[in-house]
Structure formats: C-alpha cells, structure tokens
Write a new protein. Structure first.
Length: 399
C-alpha cells in the first residue's frame, strides 16, 4: 500500500508541475503575441469608437400635420382646447417643430442595417470580421399599416441577415431597456471587450415609434423614427482615452409603469391593441431628480470633473426635460450652466426616436454635420439616457 501511495503522490506532483509549465508557456506565448501586435510595456488597452453611422428618415412631419387630429384625454374625453392651442403648448414645452418618420417600405431592421453598414464603412471594418452585433430597440419590426410587433427572430438577427453577414461568430442579440437601450448596449459591449470575450462590437439603436403611437393622444407628437450605430474596438494605446467610466440603474418599485403599452384613448378602437403610453409629469419629475446624479456617478467613476466635459449627448426626450437635467447637473458642481454650447439638441427637428436619439446625434456632431458642433481629439464626452423601466445610464468617453 505504501508503494502505491507514493506512486500516486508522484503522479499528482508530476501533473501539478505539468500544469505550472503549461501556464508559464501560455503566458510567454500570450506576451509574445501581444508584443507582436504592439502592446508593449507602458501601453494599456482601451475601448475606442472607430466609426459611426446614422439614418435620418426621409418623411418630414411638421406640427401642422396634427391640426385635424381628434385628441382625447386618457379617459376618452375631448380636450378642451382647439388643436392649434394644443400644438402651440406642446411646441413651447418640447421645442419640437417637426419629426421624421420612416418610409412605408421601411421597418426598424431596415433603418438599423443601413446605419450599421455606414458605421462599418466609417470604421474600415470588414463586415465579417467583428464579434458582437447588439441592437437596442423596444417594439420590434412593425410593418406600415400594422400594429403587430414582430420580435422573433430578434431585430439583431434580422439586421445581421439584411447586412449580408455570413460569419456565425458574429453574435447578434437585442437589448430592451427603453430609451437607454443603445447606451446599455454600449455598456454590455464594454463588458465583453474588457473580459476578452470579444474584440470588436457594433452597437445599434433603432426604432419606428410612428407605427405604435395613438393618434388620439397628444403625446404621439413627441415620437419619431431613426437609427444610429457605432463601432467599438479594444485597442492598445499609450493615451488615457476610450471609455473611462459608466453608471446604470433601474428604478422599478414605483416607477416601472411610467411608460407602458395600453389601448388607445379612443374607446371605440380595438381594446386589445397596445400603443405607447406615458405619464409625462411623473417621468419629468423622476428624470430631473435621478438623472443628474447618475451622470455624476459616471463622471466620478471615470475620475473626471464636469468642467473637463466638452459635450454632453443626452437622450432627446423633450427640450424642457433635457435642459432641466443639464442645469441640475451643473448645479451639483456649483457651476453656471452652459447648456447651449455643451449639450447639442436635435429634438427640435428630429423628434424623440427613443434608442436612436443619442447615437444619431453623436454621429452628426462627430462628422461636423450638425449646427456647428464638433468634437476634437482629447475631448471628454458624457453620454446619458433615461426611459422605460425606469432605466437610467451614462458613460464617459475621451476621444
């Protein structure tokens, strides 16, 4: 028995030594491989945006297009104002003068695929040579004239198919997180890239809200369609750039149904039909009380002071809400608000396209195609959003 026991011990010791040698040579190989790619001492990995793309739909819908709508309150009763007064008040609060709708032949997947291809071209990537295709969306594909929300297969799978990507290793999936869906997709992509599970990710936000609004609800004037995309890559760098910090939170105890799907305000219409509905006042109060803190958490996580931020890309909910959030953020730092210069706005012309607002606006500013705003190397950017859930998120990025 003693001899057998000694042989077993020797066998175990040999296995341990072989494992140690395997790990050692693996590390040497990994280090050599990294050095060949340029990751030398003093360099670190960073998650960089290498390309962007967006789709601003062709159909322009001005506010006067709603003059003949039959607006009803949530109880189904007529609103005691003429439509021109309703529209005037709406425009004063939101600053929206027009919005964009997808063409009848387009759905969310079409807008997303076009934005995604633009981003890939901008980044110089081969469409078969990346790892993740993440799509932030909420209502799936809805054909023109239909209220049916098609969610299977996922929009990401539909987009990958439409983009003509054949590589099965490009993993495609959706993120349903309300308006913060694109930023949540970015945060998920960052986790994959930092863990080593992926090196390249394409994150798209797409929506056709015009297909799911209630024409009898005043809030229908807020919503619009669009898509935006960005490519993220793990690269070696000597600079402190890329994604620097992030934050996210979900408030569901009392806030879960501030936005939800309900029947039309018109009781004569199909009660099984589900259309986008929101409690505007509650959302506004929630946003101005919670979003500035979440933005500060992301800045603290990045080790960045607000005074260093050159641009804030805020979800385009409505002008009053966005301005109030911005002002409260500056107040947290005892700084005078500088909203017009720091926080570009697109809500006035494009409306609220949910997950698409942030990547769309970022793409336009990045390419110096929007109202004189521009981004330069070394600039620190703050991205933030709030929406159904209620979800809040943000991330900090140095160009």
């Amino acid at each position: 028995m003693g001899l057998v026991y000694r042989k077993q011990r020797i066998h175990v010791i040999v296995e341990i030594l072989l494992l140690i040698c395997s790990i050692f040579f693996s590390e040497c190989k990994s280090t050599h491989h990294s050095n060949e790619k340029g990751t030398f001492a003093g360099m670190k990995s960073a998650i960089l945006i290498t390309g962007t793309g967006s789709v601003i739909p062709d159909v322009i819908v001005p506010n006067n297009a709603f003059l003949n709508h039959d607006f009803l309150d949530e109880n189904g009763d007529p609103i005691n104002y003429e439509n021109d007064v309703i529209i005037e008040k709406f425009q004063k609060i939101t600053e929206i003068t027009e919005r964009r709708y997808a063409r009848p032949d387009q759905t969310s997947k079409d807008l997303a695929a076009e934005a995604g291809l633009k981003a890939l071209k901008d980044s110089g990537w081969n469409k078969e040579d990346f790892d993740l295709l993440i799509v932030g969306q909420n209502f799936g594909d809805i054909e023109d004239g239909s209220r049916v929300m098609e969610q299977m297969p996922s929009i990401a799978s539909r987009v990958k198919h439409l983009m003509g990507i054949e590589n099965p290793n490009v993993v495609a999936f959706d993120v349903l997180a309300g308006c913060p869906g694109w930023i949540q997709g970015v945060i998920i992509a960052e986790a994959y890239l930092r863990s080593g599970m992926a090196k390249r990710a394409l994150v798209i936000g797409t929506e056709t809200l015009s297909r799911i609004v209630d024409k009898h609800d005043r809030d229908s004037m807020i919503f619009s369609d669009g898509a935006g995309a960005a490519c993220f890559e793990l690269q070696a760098t000597e600079l402190n750039n890329g994604i620097l910090g992030r934050s996210s939170a979900s408030y569901t105890k009392n806030e879960a149904y501030f936005l939800k799907s309900n029947p039309s305000n018109n009781a004569k219409l199909d009660r099984k039909e589900r259309l986008i509905k929101m409690k505007g006042r509650k959302i506004y109060e929630f946003a101005i009380s919670k979003v500035p803190d979440a933005m500060k958490v992301a800045l603290d996580n990045a080790g960045v002071h607000l005074s260093e931020v050159k641009k804030i890309f805020m979800h385009q909910a409505n002008a009053k809400l966005d301005h109030s959030v911005g002002e409260r953020l500056f107040k947290l730092y005892d700084m005078p608000p500088n909203i017009d210069e720091v926080m570009p706005m697109s809500i006035q012309c494009f409306g609220n396209s949910s997950v698409a607002t942030v990547p769309t606006l970022f793409d336009l500013v990045r390419k110096e195609e929007y109202m004189g705003h521009k981004i330069e190397e070394g600039d620190i950017l703050l991205f933030a959003s709030v929406g159904a859930g209620m979800n809040i998120n943000a991330f900090v990025y140095r160009v």
